[in-house]
Write a protein that binds this ligand. Structure first.
Ligand code: PEP
Length: 247
């Protein structure tokens, strides 16, 4: 049976890159990316490299985006970047509420939903990240935590949900080399799918993220509610990232 939703494999470069390294990485992605294939490829790059990324990827099958967005349209918000600015650089995507931002910048779930809303208003697709910490999982609270993170996003309604992507990223699996088992990931994806379905958005794509590599991607992608991956570390190595996309 073919997968009901188009698979999406998205790289999150985090704060990595240089003009020189990016040119090599994006060049390698371009040579390996398959036009019209059954997997969509995307990269979320640091703000200063959006212009370079746009120049190199325009017209290619690889789309691009940013890693954060302001809730404000314009004004005295030093250091912030608006959704309209991201749209100016051809972004299709923006990560909202990555666990590193929730943890290091105290982003609340209502702020994350407001960021998703700003992105949508400028025609960008938000990739809303949710996920529990290890103590939360061990205490049996994973679903409650994820449910709370999702609630303000679900409240945006079916139209908004249909234009976004959800990424389930267990905090304990990000950058740790420790991946959720396919069954653990599928259980949470099914929980998120049910919540989306109750809002009339059962076809919204749900990506898994957390130490995804070529070696574990196929088993994750075989799960019925896993529609692709958000990839950190492995997205910086073109060959590995392309192998994940091919898995
Ligand atoms: C991420 O940053 O979203 C991520 C999943 O990182 P890694 O793949 O390195 O665990």
């Amino acid at each position: 049976m073919s997968h009901p939703r188009k698979r999406l494999v998205m790289g999150n470069w985090k704060m990595h890159g240089s003009l020189q390294d990016n040119a090599a990485l994006l060049g390698a992605l371009l040579s390996g990316a398959v036009r019209g294939g059954d997997t969509e490829l995307a990269v979320c790059v640091p703000f200063p490299y959006l212009s370079q990324t746009q120049a190199l990827l325009s017209g290619s099958p690889v789309s691009w985006g940013a890693q954060d967005v302001s809730i404000h349209e314009r004004g005295a918000y030093t250091g912030e970047t608006s959704a309209a600015m991201l749209a100016d650089f051809g972004c299709s995507w923006v990560l909202c509420g990555h666990s590193e931002r929730r943890a290091m910048h105290a982003e609340s779930s209502s702020l994350v939903a407001a960021k998703a809303s700003s992105a949508l208003a400028c025609g960008l697709s938000p990739v809303v990240c949710v996920g529990e910490t290890l103590p939360e999982r061990d205490a049996g609270n994973a679903e409650r935590v994820i449910g709370d993170q999702l609630d303000p996003v679900l409240a945006l309604g079916a139209g908004a949900l249909g234009r976004m992507v959800i990424a389930y990223e267990p905090v304990w699996a990000i950058g740790t080399g420790r991946t959720a088992t396919p069954d653990q990931a599928q259980a949470v994806h099914a929980f998120i799918r049910a919540a989306l379905s109750r809002r009339g958005a059962g076809q919204t794509r749900i990506l898994y993220g957390g130490s995804v590599k070529a070696a574990n991607a196929a088993a994750l992608f075989a799960q019925p509610d896993i529609d692709g991956a958000l990839v950190g570390g492995a997205s910086l190595v073109a060959d590995e990232f392309l192998k994940i996309a091919a898995a």
